[in-house]
Design a protein around this ligand. Structure first.
Ligand code: FEO
Length: 398
């Protein structure tokens, strides 16, 4: 593949990882990309590197534009190893005059790669470096996704290189948003937000305010993963505004696992009740849905209903897994209810309730517990739970 010029003399020189299927616990069924950008100016600058096994892809692409040793500056927007894994190989290949990074970035680079002797230049929001025809401005974006994260903004090109923010894990042959299916693109962007950034939503809100305050002119957003937004960058900014405000819809998710199909029968009856109230509903068996897909569906759902059989006096392991993951992402403003079958002790629903309390999820119905196998009457109660949650969703979401 030839290097791709995304703006005059600014090239995408990243790598496509078609085969990755797990990204620290996030299912990446369609792979990802590690985007890096080469700015050819009087001072030639490489912004970001790639994951270690993709170093040769990066160098191969750079070589089609300039010899790597001609590169003057290296910008490290983020130290997580999907972007900095080839840092030492890149430093060796280009011998940069300067390496720009945030203060936390320098610290993290040294803690990862144990080289204090490199020509780091620590930058903060408001700092910029001139490369000849351009200024590269730096904007710190702490915790989006790590303490070291920052953006590089190039006003003359109206280009925001946004590191993890606005990214998607999706390996494609096209590099731009207008070269792929728009609905699928937004799905991957939502999944990325739900799994990587939801926890930091208050900081995303602050960042969006900061971007507004700085009055940045942006006609292209180039994240470090997935597609580059050039058709309508405002679309993803507006989506981030919505997601970080945790705005939900008239939607419910019913998440469960089952041993002998009793909890499953209850889940289906609850779904029937929600459908009776015209609530968009997703039934998510944990035998068929990965935790990262569950939280993606949760992103715009007002109601979270969770069911588990009791096993060994507690939760079914997959339910414990998804609740632990969900709690870490700090969803807010949701309502919930729990249900489950049991043989003799029946603790699962109480454990789910505790998770809900910790997540400040308002429980709008008493937990429903059924011993062994639900009968017609028990299933009617489950339908009623679904209807009641549905009515509450409609009261809360206009
Ligand atoms: Fe794509 Fe936080 O790394």
């Amino acid at each position: 593949m030839k290097p791709l010029e995304i703006k005059p003399n600014i090239f995408w020189v990243g790598a496509i990882d078609w085969n990755i299927r797990d990204f620290h616990g996030y299912s990446t069924y369609k792979g990802t990309t590690y985007n890096a950008f080469l700015i050819v100016d009087e001072k030639i600058t490489l912004v970001d590197t790639v994951k270690a096994p993709f170093f040769s892809d990066l160098i191969h692409r750079i070589r089609q534009i300039v010899e790597p040793e001609k590169i003057d500056y290296l910008v490290i927007n983020h130290v997580e190893m999907d972007h900095s894994g080839s840092f030492l190989d890149v430093v060796k290949a280009i011998n940069p005059e300067k390496i720009f990074c945030s203060e936390m970035g320098k610290k993290a680079l040294i803690q990862h790669y144990h080289r204090e002797d490199l020509p780091y230049v620590v930058v903060k929001t408001g700092d910029f470096v001139n490369t000849g025809k351009r200024n590269l401005h730096f904007i710190e974006t702490r915790m989006l996704h790590w303490p070291d994260s920052m953006f590089t903004y190039i006003p003359s090109d109206k280009l925001l290189i946004s590191s993890d923010a606005f990214g998607q894990h999706w390996a494609t042959s096209g590099r731009f948003d207008d070269e792929v299916d728009g609905a699928e693109l937004m799905y991957h962007a939502a999944k990325y937000y739900a799994n990587i950034l939801l926890l930091y939503s208050p900081l995303v809100q602050k960042l969006l305010e900061k971007v507004k305050e700085l009055n940045l002119e942006i006609d292209m957003i180039a994240p470090d993963h997935g597609l580059i937004w050039r058709r309508d960058p405002q679309r993803i900014i507006e989506a981030y505004d919505r997601w970080s405000k945790q705005i939900t819809r008239r939607k419910a998710i019913v998440v469960y696992d089952t041993m002998w199909h009793s909890t499953e029968k209850m889940a289906k009856a609850i779904v029937d009740g929600l459908i009776d109230e015209s609530i968009e509903t997703k039934l998510l068996s944990l035998k068929a849905n990965h935790r990262s897909d569950v939280v993606t569906e949760m992103l715009d759902a007002k109601a979270i209903i969770v069911g588990s059989p009791t096993i060994n006096n507690g939760l079914f392991p997959t339910v414990a897994d998804v609740l632990t993951y969900m709690k870490g992402l700090k969803p807010s403003g949701r309502i919930g209810a729990s249900f489950g079958s049991y043989g003799w002790s029946g603790e699962a629903t109480e454990v789910i309730s505790k998770y809900f309390e910790e997540m400040k999820i308002e429980q709008v119905h008493e937990p429903i517990k059924v011993q062994y196998v639900p009968d017609h009457e028990s299933l009617k109660k489950c339908v009623e739970l679904g209807r009641m949650v549905g009515r509450r969703v409609k009261e809360l979401v206009s």
